[in-house]
Ligand binder design. Structure first.
Ligand code: NAI
Length: 685
């Protein structure tokens, strides 16, 4: 078609437009397949650009990836004011390989192009105009505007319109600029290679002629295509979609049940979590009743919530939603809400009392939700007249920022209650993942063996610095000890105390490191007894310049404490290498993931992976823990777990899960087949 338009003598100029209000969203990633070949756009763009007839891109809706590259191959670009443009390839582990990395810097300069290409962010038509990506923005019919424009430029010289022929704008000190850019990208990429390759490709645009730059772009794309990272990121893209079509492990599609609309909600308890949840609800346009115990706490919370709303509104360029919230020290005003989210202390007795009260005072049909981090939803449901209305809504801190929401169904939760919580999560701009009811649900249940291994490694000779370094090199935003310092060591301590695990009187005896017959490390408890709660007290696994300080520094006190501890318990410190740290921490976590799948707590590996990427900073370019297990090989994971369990028979979390064994025995099917495999196992039970 394009060839015909370019060769037909009667055609003086050409307009390229999309269909159904969308210019072009780029290549369909499903088509990348196993062999991943680049898009066949390059020769076509060359033909368009080098032709003698003006070609105008009429951009409506979106011009993303290959779509924007196509527009850059045209001589002019006209966009509708609501259009969005961008090169999001980096988010899928790739780079724009149809000349995007070579043309964009030539058109808008290196810094702006580098920003768009390395972050994958979309820009509005207004920003695109300001940057110089488009020539004109219209509020009217884009195709009409483009046709008018195309006719006005018919027959005119195109010499100044072929982007590939532009000299790339030079920088005052190109080497220093790229060195700095590379440093910044490496830091924020946490091991992802695509952003680094994007910088290299843009560097080629500056330092090489266009044709050689294109060769470099192709070469770099080849490397990315064959890397596991692109595959992991594409898997993750589809995993998020799969989670959106939520189902239970038995395959029931509960998303067919109709959610009830929620206009008014209540939040009980305005601490760290309640405040964030209140903000997220108000920003989603709901009326919120926010409840605390005392006037002083209520006023403190009100001030904090108002500040959060203001900052959020400023960022989004809207008016803060103060008027959506009413504050109360009394639980009575929740009587007429459609849904309640309880976020008081993690204390079963307190939560039970609150659920009894709510069940008495709320209007019939009010959904009662809890933000518990891992307590039994069913026990709370049993305190109410209508247990079918109770579900868990487990947000992550800070709740108005973090994308993840675990929606927890108990054995008696109704499909409509689940659907309503899932739908509300969506309205609050969260990714809602449906999970079953068990201690810690999915995320925190898997975290437990991971933390245990980190403590055991310290007992055996590692330092917090070593463990954190290995995990951060793997790609976690923070290692386990820096993360514990940030979230507060006292939280886990309180839970362990409630579970009867903290037994100070036997700490010096032989059973100090055994609980319920298994290995237990009291290291975290001992730090808490010293008042070391992490950042909030200025001391934890590291030291900070003041309480609330953010920069972790090695603490010589902690190192001597570890040495004394080992001496006291007759533990010989040994040299522990990176591989052991990584395998013990990650494989223990992954093993628990297999148990979760086996127990039917998560519907599939995708659910676990989305939870870990969005809630626990698992590096996205590694797909998630279950995808990673497939990547390193299930046989390998099984063998290493067997090895470590043999060395540490008193650590049950290292004993390979039978689902993992079954998967290996059936030839280690790829991760997208596990759901089916597990369903078959469940149906045979
Ligand atoms: P927090 O200690 O910061 O806040 C709890 C608030 O509840 C306090 O302000 C307290 O005054 C209030 N409260 C206690 N009894 C009350 C009552 N009868 N009526 C009204 N308010 C009452 O606790 P945080 O961290 O916000 O945790 C709340 C819940 O969220 C817990 O169940 C916790 O396990 C869960 N959670 C916590 C996360 C975190 O990172 N902090 C993450 C996810 C869940």
């Amino acid at each position: 078609m394009m060839d015909k338009a370019l060769s037909e003598p009667e055609v003086k100029s050409v307009v390229i437009c999309g269909q159904n209000g969308r210019f072009c969203g780029g290549a369909d990633i499903k088509e990348f397949g196993e062999t991943m070949t680049g898009p066949p756009l390059v020769p076509m763009l060359h033909k368009i650009e080098s032709g003698t007839k003006p070609v105008v891109a009429a951009i409506e809706g979106i011009a993303l990836g290959g779509g924007l590259e196509l527009a850059l191959g045209c001589h002019y670009r006209i966009a509708h004011s609501k259009a969005r443009l961008g090169l999001p390839e980096v988010l899928l582990g790739l780079l724009p390989a149809a000349g995007g990395t070579q043309r964009l810097p030539r058109l808008i300069g290196v810094p702006a192009a580098l920003d768009l290409i390395t972050t994958g962010r979309h820009v509005t038509a207004a920003e695109a105009l300001q940057l110089g990506i488009v020539d004109e923005v219209t509020d009217g019919n884009t195709v009409d505007a483009a046709v008018k424009f195309a006719l006005s430029v018919a027959g005119k010289s195109l010499d100044a319109c072929r982007i590939s022929t532009y000299p790339c704008p030079q920088l005052p000190d190109s080497d220093a600029f790229f060195e700095m850019a590379m440093q910044q990208v490496r830091q924020s990429a946490r091991g992802a290679i695509a952003p680094v390759a994007c910088v290299q490709a843009v560097h080629a645009a500056v330092s090489l002629p266009y044709t050689q730059g294109m060769k470099r772009e192709k070469e770099l794309m080849g490397t990315l295509f064959t890397s596991g990272q692109a595959r992991a990121l594409q898997y993750y893209f589809f995993a998020q979609r799969a989670v959106g079509r939520w189902s239970t492990p038995s395959g029931s599609r509960w998303d067919t049940s109709k959610p009830r609309p929620v206009h008014k909600a209540a939040v009980i308890g305005l601490g760290t979590m309640g405040r964030g949840i209140t903000v997220a609800l108000a920003q989603a346009g709901l009326s919120v009743v926010a409840v605390e115990t005392h006037e002083k706490l209520l006023m403190e919370a009100k001030q904090a919530v108002s500040g959060m709303l203001e900052r959020g509104a400023k960022r989004r360029g809207v008016v803060p939603a103060y008027d959506n919230i009413s504050y109360s020290c009394n639980i009575r005003p929740v009587a007429d809400v459609d849904l309640v989210i309880e976020a008081v202390f993690e204390d079963m007795t307190l939560k039970k009392t609150i659920f009894q009260q709510l069940s008495e005072i709320c209007k019939p049909g009010t959904f009662l939700c809890t933000n518990t981090s891992g307590l039994d939803i069913d026990q709370l449901a049993s305190q109410t007249h209508n247990p079918e209305l109770v579900v868990g809504m487990h947000f992550f801190a800070p709740a108005h920022v973090m994308k993840l929401l675990e929606v927890v169904y108990g054995p008696r939760s109704s499909p409509q209650a689940v659907a309503t919580a899932m739908q509300l999560g969506k309205k609050m701009d969260k990714v809602s993942v449906l999970v079953g009811n068990c201690r810690g649900f999915v995320g925190n249940r898997m975290l437990k063996p991971y933390l245990d291994q980190a403590f055991f490694l310290l007992e055996e000779g590692a330092t917090p610095e070593l463990v954190d370094r290995v995990l951060e090199e793997f790609g976690f935003a923070m290692g386990v000890f820096r993360m514990s310092d940030l979230s507060g060591l006292d939280i886990g301590w309180r839970v362990r105390k409630a579970d009867g695990l903290v037994v100070p009187e036997v700490l010096t005896g032989p059973s100090a490191r055994i609980r319920h017959g298994f290995r237990y490390s009291p290291l975290g408890d001992l730090l808490c007894e010293q008042g070391r709660f992490g950042q909030k007290t200025g001391r934890g696994w590291y030291q900070y310049d003041k309480p609330g300080g953010r920069v972790a520094k090695s603490d010589p006190w902690l190192h001597s404490f570890l040495e004394e501890y080992r001496t006291q318990y007759g533990l010989a410190a040994r040299c522990i290498d990176h591989q052991e740290v990584l395998e013990r921490c990650l494989y223990a976590l992954i093993n628990e993931g297999f148990r979760i799948l086996q127990d039917g707590i998560a519907a599939g590996p995708e659910d676990i992976d989305v939870i870990y990427v969005l809630g626990y900073s698992w590096p996205r370019h590694r797909g998630g823990p279950m995808f990673y297990a497939g990547l390193v090989g299930l046989t390998n994971v099984l063998e290493r777990l067997e090895h470590y369990h043999q060395v540490h028979p008193d650590v049950p979390s290292l004993q390979p899960c039978s689902l993992l064994r079954k998967l290996v025995a059936s030839g280690s099917p790829p991760v997208h087949r596990w759901r089916e495999f597990i369903k078959k196992i469940h149906s045979q039970l």
